[in-house]
Design a binder for this molecule. Structure first.
Ligand code: NAP
Length: 262
């Protein structure tokens, strides 16, 4: 019997991460839960062990802290039972750009961009050597939408999408699956943590529906899964527009419109 890979999930103490934990446990995967709130993760671990009969380890870590991030990296490098990484931990932005402190900016970029990159980099060489494994990065549709007025958060999520697309090109030939999941507003604590009342939004998705859709994309080995996007062709059009733009980049000379005219 081949055993299922263990899944390491960051931000597993609540919301999307806790729901991934529940769904993967139901599928029979052992888990490693990572977040700051130890008591919450222990309670979730006890429940999942009891209900699903899987083994659940808890790794308390603040992913914005160098020593904690290094411990999670080491676990990913050394534990060859771990075959799936869910890079989910993240925070939203409170307030507009002119209201950000240097600390708040550092914190958001450390958690939303640096941590997933470092964790993917820690595990990728082992996955490549084994010719398998999966890296799932939770982005956001805000990464497409500067109009939403969350510039730093959106930029971090655009980074996550680009990183996923790049990793897919680099790692897929070695058998490693990479998925970017891009939710829109989903009913979790992230809103309250950022001081936003989710009930002021016209619409939001329940977290179970979001994660089930993300897992449908995972099972299909989709590179980009956007659960709230109802017209799939929109993504294909964006990709062809991007490739079209690239085909018109000619680096030897500036475009005619930028050349000095006599
Ligand atoms: P959430 O309920 O607030 O969950 C965030 C998770 O990240 C928690 O488990 C939290 O646990 C953990 N976390 C926060 N700061 C951390 C830190 N410094 N170190 C380690 N873990 C930390 O929000 P969520 O909606 O499920 O968010 C999950 C992901 O989905 C995020 O990347 C978010 O950007 C993305 N997303 C959410 C929405 C939405 O509308 N909900 C939409 C698009 C994308 P602790 O507090 O215990 O550390």
């Amino acid at each position: 019997m081949t055993s299922l890979p263990t899944v390491l999930i960051t931000g597993a103490s609540s919301g999307i991460g806790a729901t991934y934990a529940e769904r993967f446990a139901r599928r029979g995967h052992n888990l490693v839960l990572v977040a700051r709130d130890l008591a919450r993760m222990q309670a979730l671990a006890a429940r999942l062990q009891q209900d699903a009969g899987v083994k659940v380890d808890v790794l308390q870590a603040d992913l914005t802290q160098a020593a904690d991030l290094a411990r999670v990296e080491a676990r990913l490098r050394d534990d060859d039972q771990i075959g799936i990484l869910i890079n989910n931990a993240g925070m939203a932005q409170s307030g507009s750009f002119v209201h950000q402190s240097a600390d708040a900016i550092d914190q958001l970029i450390a958690l939303n961009a640096t941590a997933p990159t470092r964790l993917a980099a820690a595990v990728a060489p082992r996955f490549v050597r084994s010719g398998g494994g999966a890296i799932v990065n939770i982005g956001s549709v805000v990464g497409f939408a500067p109009e939403f007025g969350m510039s730093i958060y959106g930029a971090s999520k655009a980074f996550v999408l680009f990183l996923s697309q790049g990793l897919n090109l680099e790692l897929a030939p070695s058998g490693v699956y990479v998925q970017a999941v891009l939710p829109a507003a989903t009913r979790t604590e992230i809103w309250e943590r950022a001081g936003i009342d989710i009930d002021t939004l016209a619409e939001s998705m329940e977290v179970g529906e979001l994660v089930d859709a993300a897992l449908a994309g995972f099972d299909r080995r989709e590179l980009v899964t956007i659960p709230p996007l109802h017209v799939a062709g929109r993504w294909d059009s964006l990709e062809s527009a991007r490739l079209g733009l690239m085909s018109d980049i000619r680096q030897a000379h500036a475009a005619e419109r930028y050349r000095p005219h006599a």
